[in-house]
Write a protein that binds this ligand. Structure first.
Ligand SMILES: [Zn+2]
Length: 209
């Protein structure tokens, strides 16, 4: 059973590649229903005065994508920023910058997922309250997919939705690099990596893009 939390020394010694390998190994345990046993109380006590997470995951709010479990991570291991449709905005960028530049995380992972309701709503150009503003962030991905996928460009076409989920992750990564000088510089100096993946609702597996 795991009973030690990640500390500064462990975080310092990790490379971005190590962290990605670790998260994907955790996902493999999740897919195989072999989650590591953890003494949560020990980790609570060890992290009371500080945290040294190895990664920050930008995820959708979807209840079917419980990020820590999907990567078999425990208390203190990862930051998670969540917004429907897993895109960046100024506040999310600030959260990612805090994770990497202040708290020492080595990896930014943008995680989309199969059949994302926010992506589907953007495909259908839904207008509803504050959701309209939220969906505007996903529209660049919808427009890109419309040029790449023939036929029905609505949520009724699973191929169009899947392509838009991927494009949304990739465009979000592009915009993170464009809009955050701090993160772009950290990546240029190999201190961090910014990567993207898509979670399968059918298998629980994360496939990197
Ligand atoms: Zn979603």
């Amino acid at each position: 059973m795991r009973n030690t939390a990640i500390n500064k020394q462990v975080q310092d010694n990790l490379t971005p590649e190590d962290v990605l390998t670790d998260l994907l190994a955790g996902n493999e345990r999740f897919v195989n229903n072999e989650l590591e046993e953890v003494s949560h109380l020990d980790l609570v006590q060890q992290t009371t005065t500080g945290q040294y997470p190895k990664a920050v995951v930008l995820s959708c709010i979807d209840s079917r994508v419980p990020v820590e479990q999907v990567f078999d991570q425990a208390i203190g291991d990862v930051f998670v920023a969540r917004v429907a449709g897993n895109f960046e905005n100024e506040d999310i960028l600030g959260s990612l910058e805090y994770s990497c530049a202040v708290a020492g995380s080595k990896l930014v992972l943008v995680l989309g997922h199969e059949s994302c309701g926010a992506v589907k709503a953007a495909c259908d150009d839904v207008k509803l309250g504050n959701i309209t503003h939220l969906l505007a962030n996903i529209m660049p991905a919808v427009k890109k997919s419309a040029k790449e996928i023939d036929g029905d460009n609505s949520s009724a076409n699973p191929k169009f939705v899947a392509k838009t989920v991927e494009n949304n992750v990739l465009l979000t990564i592009d915009r993170i690099r464009e809009r955050s000088e701090i993160l772009a510089d950290l990546e240029s100096s190999d201190a961090i990596k910014i990567v993207g993946g898509v979670y399968s609702l059918q298998t629980g597996k994360v496939t990197m893009l």
